[in-house]
Design a protein around this ligand. Structure first.
Ligand code: PLP
Length: 391
């Protein structure tokens, strides 16, 4: 058992990640013995007299048993006190921002992040008086320089989307704490199997559970996990007050995906390593971004804070944007599509697809960049497809 794994509630019977992934929050159903939590597709619950709640449930925006199972599972896997499940990753982020910020507060955001996160802060939160500035979060001095007296959040994505930048979570936690701010880590690319930010000092973990947690490209979901009880209560209040909760079927799909998270992440990481090595040796590839490659600037930090390096690989091609678009079009097994983290491999052009909303900003991505979500198919088939697409 690693130090990170020992952070979760000690009253639980099992400690290892793989066992928690399958069992945490999921006792066999008391009524039928069903070994997985039923989908409680229900909005309201009979009360035994006014206020007489059986099992604590009164209305499914406030709480629903299938969602509770997922939320307990998320808390156990991230080593947190409380998990909260939302309708999407951005719904989770929106709840976090509106819970913790008031007009005039300031957020440091990374110079490489999911375009939708940047859009939410720069186009939506800004209209409500939230101030923000961009910093390279792999550079502690740059983050310190970006702090202001009213900085309330330092936002980190590691590995980042789409350039696979690595930020030292423990170092950022120190900087944020000293400044009286909270550290938020978007752990979507790593998943809690590969990296546990709360154990490294983060205050809040954000997930798009749409990705590796769900794992099968069949659900949109999001999550927040926190270690502090007061913060958990504040977020839970706003989750209910704002209402963008995960529905019971979506919660069930994410729970089902999480059961195989550990074996999937091992295979994603192994396949991505082979893909990155192939690309690094390819004459038409000018740069490869994968934290598992020893030449990656964040390799040592990633090796310190991650169990393996994950399934995402980005690379730049000779010939500019048109060449990159042509490679995306020629790939066959790598399906051209947005999103990531499913069992099937995906290819995309961030500049025109996932990160189009960052065009013209400090987060604009190079036009010759291609992003791969390396799936768990036979790796030789994946290598052959990329070799063909690059030819
Ligand atoms: N964070 C990261 C790193 C993402 O890649 C995404 C989506 O691509 C999100 C957050 C937003 O999640 P969702 O699409 O579930 O709203």
């Amino acid at each position: 058992m690693t130090d990170q794994e020992s952070q979760h509630d000690p009253s639980r019977r099992f400690e290892s990640f793989e066992t928690l992934a399958i069992h945490a929050g999921q006792e066999p159903d008391a009524l039928t013995g069903a070994v997985v939590p039923p989908i409680y597709q229900v909005s309201t619950y009979k009360q035994d007299g006014v206020g007489g709640l059986r099992g604590g449930y009164e209305y499914s925006r406030s709480a629903n048993p299938t969602r509770t199972a997922l939320e307990e599972n998320l808390a156990a896997l991230e080593g947190g006190r409380r998990g909260l499940a939302f309708a999407s990753g951005l719904a989770a982020e929106d709840c976090l921002l509106r819970t913790l910020l008031v007009p005039g507060d300031h957020v440091v955001i990374p110079n490489d992040a999911y375009g939708g996160t940047f859009r939410l802060i720069s186009k939506v939160a800004e209209r409500w008086g939230v101030e923000w500035s961009v910093a390279d979060t792999s550079d502690a001095a740059a983050v310190r320089a970006a702090l202001r007296p009213r900085t309330k959040l330092v936002w980190v994505e590691t590995p980042s989307n789409p350039l696979l930048g690595i930020t030292d979570i423990a170092a950022m936690a120190d900087i944020a704490r000293t400044a009286g701010a909270r550290l938020v880590v978007d752990n979507t690319f790593a998943s809690p199997y590969l990296q546990q930010p709360l154990a490294l000092g983060a205050d809040v973990v954000v997930h798009s559970t749409t990705k590796y947690m769900g794992g099968h490209s069949d659900v949109i979901g999001g999550a927040l996990v926190v270690g502090d009880a007061g913060l958990a209560d504040e977020l839970a209040f706003h989750q209910n007050a704002m209402g963008a909760v995960a529905g019971p079927f979506d919660a069930w799909l994410v729970l089902r995906g999480i059961k195989t998270l550990a074996v999937r992440m091992d295979r994603h990481s192994a396949n991505a390593t082979r893909v990155a090595e192939l690309l690094a040796a390819h004459p038409k590839v000018t740069q490869v971004f994968y934290p598992g490659l020893p030449g990656h600037p964040g390799h040592e930090v990633a090796a310190k804070q991650m169990r393996a390096f994950g399934g995402m690989v980005s690379f730049r091609v000779a010939g500019g944007e048109e060449a990159a678009v042509a490679v995306c079009d020629r790939a066959e097994l790598f399906t051209l599509g947005e999103s990531l983290g499913g069992v099937e491999s995906l290819i995309e052009h961030p500049g025109r697809m996932t990160h189009a909303s960052a065009a013209g900003s400090a987060l604009e991505v190079p036009g010759d960049l291609i992003r791969l979500s390396v799936g768990i198919e036979a790796v030789d088939d994946l290598l052959a497809d990329l070799t063909r697409a690059l030819a």
